[in-house]
Design a binder for this molecule. Structure first.
Ligand SMILES: [Zn+2]
Length: 227
C-alpha cells in the first residue's frame, strides 16, 4: 500500500512542487488521521484500504451505495412522523393508564421549566435525525437521477459534518431504561410509536452505514465536470 519508491520519486521530487506536476492527483490519497500520502489503489466492495502508519480505514467501498442509501433514507422519512407523534407505550399503574409520544415528552419537559433540556431533546431526537435523513435522501436521489445541482457539494459537506449528530440511539436507550425501571410497578403496553421508532433508528443507522462517502464525492465531482 505504501511505497517508499513512490514517495521519493513523486512526492519528494521537485516536480511535485513545481509548475509541472508529474503525477495525477487522483492517484494520491491523504490519510485524514495522520496526513500520510498513500497511492490510491482500486479497492473492490468488501475490501478495505488501510493506512499503514495509523491503521485508519481510508477506503471501504460499499456495493450499490446510492440505491441502498436512498431506499433506507426514504423509509426513515416515511416512518419519522409515526415515530414522533404516535404513542410510544402505555403504562398501566393500578388501573390508571398513561401514554405518551416523543413530541409530548418534549412539550412536557418545556412546561416543567427545563427549557434547555427540552431544546436539546428536540434537536437531538427530532431536528438532527430529520435533517440527516433528508440530506441522505436528497443527495442520493440527485445522484441516482444523475443531476448535480450547484448546491449538492455544500449539502454533502453539511451531511459529513452532521454524521456524528445522530442521537436516536441515545433516545432508544432512554426508552429502554424507562421500560426496565417501570416493568415491576406498571404494566407496559408497547404502542405503534415504539415499533416505528425502533424501525426509524435502524433505517437511520442503515442509511448512514450504506452511504459510501468516497463514492458519493466521486459521483458529485464527475457529475459537475460532465455537467
Ligand atoms: Zn494514517
Amino acid at each position: 500500500m505504501w511505497s517508499n519508491d513512490f514517495n521519493q520519486k513523486t512526492i519528494g521530487s521537485k516536480a511535485a512542487y513545481g509548475s509541472e506536476p508529474t503525477f495525477n492527483l487522483d492517484q494520491v490519497l491523504a490519510c485524514p488521521a495522520c496526513d500520510l500520502l498513500i497511492e490510491n489503489k482500486p479497492v473492490q466492495p468488501g475490501e478495505k484500504l488501510i493506512c499503514p502508519r495509523c491503521d485508519e480505514i481510508l477506503l471501504a467501498p460499499k456495493s450499490n451505495s446510492v440505491n441502498h442509501s436512498l431506499a433506507l433514507a426514504l423509509t426513515g422519512l416515511i416512518l419519522f412522523p409515526y415515530a414522533v407523534f404516535m404513542p410510544i407505550m402505555t403504562l398501566d399503574t393500578m388501573g390508571i393508564e398513561n401514554s405518551g409520544t416523543i413530541f409530548d415528552g418534549i412539550i412536557s419537559t418545556w412546561h416543567t421549566g427545563y427549557w434547555l433540556v427540552a431544546v436539546i431533546l428536540a434537536m437531538t431526537s427530532v431536528a438532527f435525525p430529520l435533517i440527516k435523513l433528508f440530506l441522505i435522501f436528497w443527495i442520493s436521489l440527485n445522484l441516482k437521477r444523475k443531476r448535480i445541482p450547484g448546491y449538492l457539494p455544500q449539502m454533502m459537506r453539511i451531511y459529513v459534518h452532521s454524521d456524528e449528530w445522530g442521537m436516536l440511539e441515545v433516545m432508544m436507550i432512554g426508552i429502554l431504561v424507562t421500560i426496565i425501571k417501570m416493568h415491576h410497578t406498571a404494566h407496559i403496553h408497547y404502542d405503534t410509536g415504539f415499533f416505528c421508532f425502533t424501525a426509524l433508528m435502524l433505517t437511520a443507522l442503515g442509511s448512514s452505514l450504506a452511504l459510501d462517502k468516497t463514492e458519493f464525492w466521486r459521483q458529485i465531482e464527475h457529475g459537475r465536470i460532465q455537467g
